[in-house]
Design a protein around this ligand. Structure first.
Ligand SMILES: [Zn+2]
Length: 329
């Protein structure tokens, strides 16, 4: 095939480039023919030189045309392959959701807000006084042991319950005090139902004329707001900081009180501890029972989450396993 035709039928820029080198390169056809001129005499040289120049110009013209055609073609192909299809749905951006414990804390806060409670918070590092002494916990009580509490060297500790926040309220406010607090607490335990860090909520209701009937009404209302079909019952109990004290049970949501493994066949599940604030605790803050009465209550939040979602091992809540967490999306 003549070189001109080869240029005209070149199908790609690569092929065209190979032809350019073959024709116009250092050892290309034009260069070779120009070299041959030295063997010719003067008149032939002039004649032949003219022809070579003319051919070169023609070939250059064809080459440039073909280069522009192939460039346009390549650009069109590139645009086609990179074009955007605006009808394809966008990529989904994964978003996180609240941990079930955070959701439960939010639910508890909003339930008590509706009942008129203030939401308060306190630090996780506390004094031994606020964690034990102010709550009438005897010096020999086992909960004070090194095996039950994380201590620092300076008479401070990681709070073992959120009741410390009630003490802070009593220190800075005058009654009426109606508040709840929820947050992290610490105890050195680790098994299927205990973790060294867990969550509690605690409430105080210190209002002139408060009675045990108020306590029952408020806690009933709270339980029903979380578990609408639940029944409740109060059992006598003992806590150092309340007198009288009680534990609140609710009917087991898994079996509606019929008896199952979750409730150990009893039909009831223990939910929280409560009672009228002990005169010994009030005394620390200069009150007597003739001045004021009130009640307090507290419970573990993990336990509520486990009951609500049927989780059997508390550790699942802290393993950050997406297979579990995604179920709460
Ligand atoms: Zn049950």
């Amino acid at each position: 095939m003549e070189i001109k035709e080869q240029l005209l039928v070149a199908k790609s820029l690569d092929e065209l480039e190979r032809l350019r080198v073959k024709i116009f390169g250092k050892s290309g056809i034009i260069a070779e023919q120009t070299k041959e001129l030295k063997h010719l005499d003067a008149s032939e040289k002039a004649e032949r030189g003219k022809i070579i120049n003319q051919t070169k110009r023609e070939l250059e013209e064809i080459y440039n045309k073909q280069l522009s055609v192939l460039n346009k073609k390549a650009m069109a192909q590139k645009l086609k392959s990179e074009s955007i299809d605006r009808t394809i749905p966008g990529r989904e951006i994964p978003s996180g959701t609240l941990h079930p414990i955070t959701s439960m804390i939010n639910e508890i806060r909003s339930a008590f807000s509706r009942l008129g409670f203030n939401i308060v918070e306190g630090p996780e590092i506390e004094s031994v006084f606020r964690n034990f002494d102010a709550l009438n916990v005897p010096p020999s009580h086992p909960s004070r042991n090194l095996s039950d509490t994380f201590y620092f060297h300076d008479n401070r500790l990681l709070r073992t319950h959120t009741t410390t926040v009630q003490i802070r309220c009593l220190e800075r406010e005058k009654p009426p005090i109606v508040a709840i607090s929820a947050g992290k607490v610490y105890r050195p335990d680790y098994d299927a139902t205990h973790t060294p860090m867990f969550h509690q909520m605690d409430g105080i209701f210190l209002v002139k004329g408060a009675t045990f009937a108020n306590l029952k009404a408020i806690l009933n209302e709270f339980i029903v707001s979380l578990f609408p079909d639940a029944k409740t019952r109060f059992r006598p109990h003992f806590f150092p900081f309340t007198e009288p004290s009680a534990e609140l049970d609710m009917s087991c949501p898994s079996c509606s009180g019929m008896g199952c493994n979750v409730c150990k066949k009893s039909g009831w599940i223990e939910i929280l501890g409560c009672g009228m604030i002990s005169p010994e605790v009030l005394k620390h803050f200069g009150y007597t029972l003739s001045d004021i009465r009130g009640f307090a209550f507290g419970m573990g939040i993990e336990r509520l989450v486990m009951i609500k979602y049927g989780i059997k091992d508390i550790r699942l809540l802290y393993e950050n396993d997406l297979r579990l967490l995604k179920q709460f999306y």
